[in-house]
Design a protein around this ligand. Structure first.
Ligand code: MN
Length: 252
């Protein structure tokens, strides 16, 4: 037990979501926890920052701050001006739903962890897959992993995205270090007509899994394992250097 550990907790489902409450409660057994989270659901916010208006912060009590902004806003604000005391690590989640494969590009949960890492702090994101009924399982696993997280030798541009299967703790069969799988393209946009007769559109649901073989995050979840994917901030595709060079030579 290291009560000196000071953890910033955030999420993308909003400060009143069940996942962040379960996470903060579990982590308070091992650390001082400060929650800085969006005032409403920001799922799908990705890594967006609010730059067109100032950010309002409501201090609910000494340990809970509600922000009219995105998950990335919350982490940025918390690490660059809201507090005088620094944090030891950033924990994001527990998301209501999986963040597997392509999901991480859109995920506010994962982006919040990445923002912490970009600003120089160790960080980790947690998501609960399926119908997200077993927050107790994910919270227990989060406490296990976070209590030893600073012993994990990650380089300065890496964060961890953890997906927990939606089952009881006893049913979890283990941990697997995974790579991101991928999904088919999203379902089509859904068109509806508003009460004034004008068309409105809902973004369609994410596609089903496409690359979900052995070694992927998708596969680990089907085996009732906790999936741990190390994510790199560097999006450079090094294997494409030669192809781009060949293309350039032909063009010039
Ligand atoms: Mn979410």
């Amino acid at each position: 037990m290291n009560k000196q550990l000071r953890i910033l907790v955030t999420n993308d489902d909003g400060i009143h979501a069940p996942g962040i409450k379960a996470l903060a409660t579990a982590l308070r057994e091992i650390a001082t926890v400060i929650v800085v989270a969006p005032d409403r659901d920001n799922s799908g916010a990705g890594h967006s920052l609010t730059l067109s208006r100032p950010l309002s912060v409501a201090k609910l009590d000494d340990e809970h701050y509600s922000v009219q902004g995105t998950p990335t806003d919350c982490v940025h604000l918390a690490l660059t001006g809201l507090f005088d005391t620094p944090f030891d690590l950033i924990v994001s989640g527990i998301n209501s739903g999986a963040n597997l494969g392509d999901d991480v590009i859109y995920s506010g949960t994962v982006s919040a962890a990445l923002e912490g890492r970009i600003l120089g702090f160790p960080s980790i994101a947690f998501s609960l897959t399926g119908e997200h009924r077993h927050f107790d399982t994910a919270a227990k696993i989060a406490r296990q992993l976070v209590s030893h997280f600073l012993e994990c030798k990650l380089d300065k541009a890496t964060t961890l995205s953890v997906n927990v299967p939606d089952i009881t703790f006893e049913e979890v069969t283990g941990f697997e270090i995974t790579r991101l799988g991928s999904r088919h393209p999203a379902e089509p946009t859904v068109k509806q007509i508003d009460p004034r007769g004008r068309p409105i559109y809902w973004i369609g649901p994410a596609g089903n899994e496409k690359d979900a073989g052995i070694g992927t995050d998708f596969h680990a979840i089907t085996q009732n394992k906790v999936s741990i994917t190390p994510l790199n901030i560097d999006l450079t595709c090094y294997r494409s250097f030669n192809n781009v060079a060949e293309w350039l030579e032909k063009k010039i």
